[in-house]
Design a protein around this ligand. Structure first.
Ligand code: DON
Length: 307
């Protein structure tokens, strides 16, 4: 248990341990623009509900947020639509890779959860219908919550994904055939790839996740989600946020968490703090190797977990 008034010492200890740790995985190579990152890079930040932020390593280095953004689009759309959203996307772990197609046919075009690609496409589609610019609404939200007006899209990453987007296109077309996509598929894919391409640092993303530690309340004190909805988002992160490794993540880390193939992972200790760790080397399920290890050490060293 840490009794320290700040999280700085525990962050420094984790960074030191990670430096000595062998085996960092490999950067995502299915998006060529991400493949060049050195798996040895590492940063980690912790934000308290009042906006105090601690960091270590490359905690201010922007990286490709990728699927971490799926938490924020879910929250934005749940706030707009409420429970009706769950008629279009489930909330059960899929036990399958993030880009899998296999369950969609026998489950009638309703994706298992909002964090696999199929589910995120449904959420972004619905957010786009209601806002006219889903990726723009997401960027505005992230800028406001992080306090960083410079956050932006990385056009090269979005273009790289578009050029290699056959699988996401297949998912979107397949769901459209079941009537579960409202916008033209090319429009939806453009929004989704822009969403994934947002560049943000560990500090930015730890701060932007703060509303989930504050039980739904935004940085400016206004409410985005009801307390119950914030609990729901945290629960879906715990059970589905790391795809077919969600059981292992819950076992090792014991926190709601969401990974992205850029190597970022966000995590929430409700009522206490939010975390973001970045290291570009991934395991075979698309989760950052050093990121999961660092969060594992955090909950072990501090005793802060939801269990
Ligand atoms: O849809 C994709 O392939 C990516 N843009 C996002 C995937 C992702 O980050 C999955 N995460 N682990």
């Amino acid at each position: 248990m840490t009794t320290s008034a700040t999280f700085q010492p525990v962050l420094e200890r984790i960074a030191e341990e990670m430096e000595r740790r062998p085996g960092r995985g490999r950067a995502a190579d299915y998006i060529p623009a991400l493949a060049a990152f050195d798996p040895n890079r590492f940063g980690m930040a912790i934000a308290e509900p009042d906006g105090t932020v601690y960091g270590v390593g490359e905690w201010r280095q922007p990286f490709s947020a990728q699927s971490v953004t799926k938490v924020f689009t879910l929250a934005l759309q749940l706030a707009r639509e409420g429970d009706e959203l769950w008629e279009h996307v489930g909330r059960e772990p899929s036990g399958n890779p993030f880009n899998s197609l296999v369950q969609l046919e026998y489950e009638n075009g309703i994706p298992r959860n909002p964090f696999i690609n199929a589910g995120a496409l449904v959420v972004t589609d619905r957010l786009h219908t209601r806002t006219g610019d889903a990726a723009g609404a997401l960027l505005d939200f992230l800028r406001a919550e992080s306090g960083n007006p410079e956050l932006t899209f990385d056009r090269a990453v979005a273009a790289s994904e578009t050029a290699h987007g056959d699988r996401n296109a297949a998912l979107a077309h397949f769901m459209a055939s079941y009537g579960n996509i409202d916008n033209p598929v090319p429009v939806l894919l453009g929004q989704y790839f822009r969403q994934c391409s947002i560049e943000a640092s560990c500090a930015d993303l730890a701060l932007a996740t703060g509303f989930l530690a504050r039980h739904g309340v935004r940085a400016d004190g206004t409410r985005l989600l009801t307390r119950s909805q914030a609990k729901q988002v945290n629960a879906v992160m715990l059970t589905c946020g790391t795809y077919d490794a969600a059981g292992e993540f819950a076992y090792r880390v014991g926190l709601p968490g969401k990974s992205g193939v850029g190597g970022g992972i966000i995590a929430v200790v409700p009522g206490r703090c939010t975390l973001c760790v970045w290291s570009p080397g991934l395991d075979e399920r698309g989760n950052s190797v050093a990121g999961v290890a660092a969060l594992d050490r955090f909950t072990t060293l501090t005793g802060l977990s939801v269990f």
